[in-house]
Design a protein around this ligand. Sequence first.
Ligand SMILES: *Cc1c(COP(=O)(O)O)cnc(C)c1O
Length: 425
Amino acid sequence: MPSVKFETGRQFAIAMSAADPLAAYRDRFHIPKTPTGSDCVYLCGHSLGLQPKSTRAYIEQELQDWERLGVEGHFHARNPWMPYHEILAAPTARLVGALPSEVVVMNSLTVNLHLMMVSFYRPRPARHKIVIESSAFPSDQYAVQSQIVFHGYDPAESLIEIAPRPGETTIRTEDIEKLIAEKGDQIALILLSGVNYYTGQAFDCRRFTEAGHAQGCVVGFDMAHAAGNLQLHLHDWDVDFAVWCSYKYLNGGPGCVAGCFVHERQARNQDLPRFAGWWGHDKNNRFQMPSKFQPIAGAEGWQLSNPSILSMAALRASMEIFDEVTIASLRAKSETLTSYLEFLLAREACEKFSSLTPRDPSHRGAQLSLQIKKGGRAVCARLSQQGIICDWREPDILRVAPVPLYNSFLDVHTFADKFLSEIKA
Ligand SMILES: *Cc1c(COP(=O)(O)O)cnc(C)c1O
């Protein structure tokens, strides 16, 4: 959608919904219901995406094949389970801007992050540091700290946390670049988010990758809040590795199998150290059970175990929708939808809250993080009682995600109305 002149009235929201080329996709999802049976206003796709109506049939197919075939399903299921993960390679590659051989779905996010660090965090006395955001998701912080300790270093010395300047809420691009330029020769790994989960800030991945590489650093990204949200070009950006989960914007369902990207440059390097398992072994002789590990060239070579078919079936249902709608058109609607939310919240001067999220649409995804001066937790609870579902983060942040795939302009309007009246109450 080209830039639109927003209006505050409800009629405008109805007109925007009517003109929205993606409006029909909402119908492809189960929208949670209030106790009285009306649709919730679900603005929590950054935590758990909604269930596509097609998911059940995809899972049902695998249950039937298991029922019918038992172990033979590995080869004779309608979608044989042995190569099942391969079906997901092409749509996943399209989603994150990669070659199919550079991506694999496996494990869960934090597990994949550890596996990637086993291969790509190779500290030496002269270069042992990891750069992360000070407000990185706790699991990422635990993962990097434990990797540092595992290698015999001390997080107090090896971990560099980059923070916003005092009085500011997001990290300046130039501050990250300055850090890389000044300390690059001590930095082994730069690990940033595509989108910070707390503030909704989107980082310039291409720029930081280039800056890191110029200093000889490995550059990886946690795309948990970026996959299915932003247009990614992991291959062209020359990112070394990336990981993401598929239960947030990707709607794979709770605990769904996660994603992993290893750049072609790296993925064909069989000398990289890695934790190995049989599913990463050369497919040609995996079942001859040889004792020496020979990794598959590409991201698949990092697989450990035979994966959960039921979980991948759910992800297939979702990826089919992404392929149909395309991330480019989702992103176009997303920019408009989030800007519309921002516009509605700004219509009355209100000192009781402010947004932490960057105002420039190119520096954010489908999220506003509202910092509430007083009583925010109670506001969130009262909204929830009215069927408006967002996410509360201590101590004072309400994270609101208008997801372009299933949220409407009317959802955003309803939220803004109720939020403003609750906050003033
Ligand atoms: C959601 C999220 C996680 C969660 O990790 P799991 O391993 O899937 O439980 C970790 N890191 C980030 C940045 C996240 O947004």
